[in-house]
Ligand binder design. Structure first.
Ligand SMILES: [Zn+2]
Length: 414
C-alpha cells in the first residue's frame, strides 16, 4: 500500500443523527467509511464542500505509513498551502519518513462562520479556556459553544468500549452545560478505529479534524494546550501538544482560526484562575482513574490538583468534588509524593512550583513527608535497573510488549 484515496465527502442521515462520511480506499480495493456524526441541530454546519476534516484526521496515519493521498474533491487553499509547505515536510523530516504527496483540487469557500468554541471536559485546562473567554471585552472572542468529541480520549483505538465511556462522560458534561447555560456540540467519529495510533501522539489532529468537520459553525476555536508551555516547544513523536503552536497555525483555514489556549499560563496559574469562578466548585473533574463523575483523590492528577488548591488556600471550596477527609488522612504520603516528584518527574517544574507556593503561603508541608520522599519506589527501582540493561535489549522487550498488545506503540514511529 503506498496510496490512500479520500472519497468525496457526503452528508447522510443515520437514525436520529447526521453523518459527514467519506469512503477511504486503500490496499487495492479495500474500503472504509469514515464519518463524523452530529445531532440534527448541527447538521447544516457539517462541511461536505471540502475534505479538510478527513485529511487532518488521517494526517498522522499517512505520515506514519508513508502514504500519498489522493482526494476526490478539494482542500481549503490556506490549509493546503500550510500543510504542503510547512507542516508535512517538517513532520516527515523530523520523524524520518518519506515525504508524502497530496493530490487534490483547491477551494476557497467562505462560510462566514461566527461560532466560537472550545472543548469541555471539566478539567483544569478546559475550564481555563472556557472561563478566560467568558466575558472578554471584544465579544467576538467570547465562547458561543462548548464541544465534546469522541476522537481518541475515551479509548485511542475506539470501538464500543470507548463509545460507551464517551456517552457516560457526555452525561456529566450535558448536566454541567444545562446547569451553567452553555450550548453543547458533540461529535462522534469512527476515525479512531481506522487510525489505531497512540492518542497522545496524535490528539491535536484528531480533535481539530472534528472542528473542521463543523467549519461552517466555528470561526474561532480555542484548543487547550494540555499543560505544555512555550518552554516545552519541540517536535516529538510522543505528544503533539509540544508543537501545537505550529499545528494551530498550519491547521487553520479561511473559515476556522485556531488558538492554543493556556500556553501563556502555568498549571498552578490556571488552577488559581479557575478557582475564582463558582461554577468550577461543583464540577471540577480531573481524575484519570476512570471513575467518571467522581475524583478518586489518589491518582496523580487528583493529587496534583488538590495540592495546587491547598497551596493557594482554595481546597475547601472543592469539598463536593474531592474527598477532603481522605486527603487529610493521607496528607503525609501525598506531600511525600509531591516532594519526590518535584525532584524526579519529567515535569518536575509543576511540582516545584506548588512546593514553593506552599512555602510562600505558609501551607505547612509535614516533616515526615520530606523523609518519605527519599524512600525508593517501585518505578524508581525499575528505571535504575533499566539504565543498567543494554539499550538493544530494552528495545527488544519493548517491541515484544507492543506485539503482544501489552502496551500500545509510541506514536508515529513504530
Ligand atoms: Zn483521581
Amino acid at each position: 500500500m503506498d496510496k490512500i484515496v479520500i472519497g468525496r465527502p457526503k452528508i447522510e442521515k443515520h437514525e436520529n443523527t447526521y453523518r459527514l462520511t467519506s469512503t477511504l480506499m486503500y490496499d487495492k480495493g479495500t474500503t472504509y467509511d469514515m464519518w463524523f456524526e452530529v445531532e440534527k441541530e448541527y447538521k447544516d454546519y457539517l462541511c461536505d464542500e471540502n475534505a479538510d476534516a478527513f485529511l487532518i484526521a488521517l494526517l498522522s496515519y499517512v505520515i506514519k505509513h508513508e502514504l500519498d493521498v489522493e482526494i476526490e474533491g478539494s482542500i481549503s487553499s490556506r490549509l493546503y498551502y500550510q500543510l504542503t509547505t510547512y507542516l508535512i515536510p517538517l513532520l516527515c523530516k523530523s520523524f524520518n519518513k518519506r515525504s508524502i504527496h497530496i493530490k487534490c483540487d483547491i477551494s476557497d469557500y467562505d462560510f462566514k462562520p461566527n461560532g466560537v468554541g472550545t472543548g469541555i471536559s471539566c478539567g483544569v485546562d478546559s475550564f481555563y479556556a472556557v472561563l478566560k473567554h467568558k466575558n472578554f471585552k471584544d465579544k467576538k472572542y467570547n465562547i458561543t459553544h462548548l464541544t465534546f468529541f469522541n476522537a481518541g480520549s475515551h479509548g485511542e483505538y475506539g470501538g464500543e468500549k470507548a463509545r460507551t465511556l464517551f456517552h457516560k462522560r457526555l452525561d456529566y458534561i450535558k448536566k454541567f452545560c444545562v446547569q451553567n447555560n452553555y450550548k453543547l456540540v458533540t461529535v462522534d467519529s469512527n476515525m479512531n478505529e481506522f487510525i489505531k495510533m497512540n492518542h497522545l501522539a496524535t490528539h491535536t489532529f484528531r480533535t481539530l479534524s472534528c472542528v473542521l468537520a463543523l467549519q461552517k459553525l466555528f470561526g474561532i476555536y480555542y484548543f487547550s494546550s494540555m499543560g505544555s508551555s512555550f518552554d516545552d516547544i519541540c517536535i516529538t513523536p510522543v505528544d503533539s501538544a509540544y508543537y501545537d503552536i505550529l499545528n494551530i497555525e498550519c491547521l487553520s483555514n479561511q473559515n476556522t482560526l485556531f488558538y492554543s489556549s493556556g500556553m501563556e499560563e502555568t498549571r498552578l496559574g490556571k488552577v488559581k484562575y479557575i478557582s475564582e469562578f463558582k461554577e468550577t466548585y461543583n464540577w471540577l473533574n480531573v481524575c484519570i482513574a476512570g471513575n467518571d463523575e467522581k475524583n478518586c483523590g489518589l491518582c496523580e492528577k487528583c493529587i496534583r490538583t488538590m495540592v495546587d488548591l491547598e497551596s493557594i488556600g482554595k481546597l475547601e471550596l472543592y469539598k463536593s468534588v474531592f474527598d477532603l477527609e481522605l486527603f487529610y488522612k493521607n496528607r503525609v504520603k501525598i506531600y511525600g509524593k509531591v516532594l519526590k516528584w518535584s525532584r524526579t518527574k519529567d515535569k518536575k517544574e509543576y511540582y516545584k512550583e506548588v512546593v514553593d507556593t506552599c512555602k510562600k503561603n505558609n501551607v505547612k508541608i509535614p516533616f515526615q513527608s520530606y523523609i518519605i520522599s527519599y524512600f525508593p519506589t517501585y518505578y524508581g527501582f525499575k528505571n535504575f535497573i533499566r539504565k543498567l540493561v543494554p539499550k538493544k535489549i530494552v528495545k527488544k522487550i519493548h517491541d515484544y510488549r507492543i506485539k503482544k498488545g501489552i502496551i500500545t506503540n509510541d506514536g508515529w514511529l513504530n
